[in-house]
Design a protein around this ligand. Structure first.
Ligand SMILES: C[S@@+](CC[C@H](N)C(=O)[O-])C[C@H]1O[C@@H](n2cnc3c(N)ncnc32)[C@H](O)[C@@H]1O
Length: 222
């Protein structure tokens, strides 16, 4: 099973094992299955709210159970649950991944997760479809800092991939600091984003428009 460029970019971010990894909104579970195969967590948790998806995945994982170097099976669990009300494990080293859903839904899920697990410390990888500006503004209000950020092109679509922790040093900004407009993909993504906010500014100027126009006019200050 080959990962798409988007899922592969997420997979490559995880270079050090975690105790628990939560593949939230997992659907097919490809990402979590890769992380499981690579031994990137003691337990990989697959979470989706659709019971037929969870049942299929559970059957697939039961058949698949990959062997490891020392012949112990890595652990996995499937949770049929709303990510917004998920209770994470009592563990210091865990990672929550939310990818492939809209920015607004990502905000809703993260609001619930942060509220229900306020006493816990966990890293987050988020890679939404659309509404990156709003999501970034929300994450800033929650004091999350950047481990890394990047733009991914996949099948003529563009995604922002954010790796976050409360303990990282780099501040998050509303539009990001990862722009390199010498790269065609970044320029195309910026053009598309500006067009989108120009359309949304027809009745009332959207604050994101002036922020993205600044990057266009002066890439050095992005
Ligand atoms: C498009 S798939 C994304 C699959 C994968 N994460 C990816 O990036 O390719 C979105 C999945 O999110 C699930 N989902 C949507 N809202 C959810 C929620 N509140 N809690 C858990 N899963 C949810 C859907 O059932 C669906 O399987």
């Amino acid at each position: 099973m080959k990962l798409s460029p988007r899922l592969n970019a997420i997979n490559q971010l995880v270079t050090q094992p975690y105790t628990h990894i939560w593949d939230c909104c997992c659907d097919h579970g490809f990402l979590g299955a890769h992380l499981l195969l690579q031994g990137m967590a003691e337990t990989v948790h697959f979470v989706d709210s659709v019971s037929s998806i969870c049942q299929q995945l559970e059957n697939k994982l039961t058949r698949f159970s990959p062997p490891t170097q020392n012949n112990t099976s890595p652990h996995w669990q499937v949770h049929c649950a709303d990510v917004a009300s998920l209770k994470l494990a009592q563990s210091a080293r865990q990672l929550v991944i939310i990818a492939g859903v809209g920015g607004e839904l990502s905000i809703k899920l993260l609001t619930g997760l942060l509220e229900h697990n306020a006493q816990l410390d966990f890293d987050i990888i988020v890679c939404p479809v659309h509404e990156q500006f709003q999501l970034r503004q929300f994450l800033i209000t929650r004091n999350l800092k950047l481990i890394s950020e990047q733009i991914i092109e996949d099948n003529q679509r563009y995604y922002e991939l954010l790796y976050l922790s409360r303990h990282a040093k780099q501040a998050l900004t509303s539009t990001g600091e990862m722009w390199n407009l010498r790269l065609d993909a970044h320029q195309r993504y910026l053009d598309k984003t500006i067009q989108h906010y120009q359309q949304r500014s027809r009745s009332r100027p959207h604050p994101a428009l002036s922020a993205y126009l600044k990057i266009q006019q002066n890439p050095g200050i992005a």
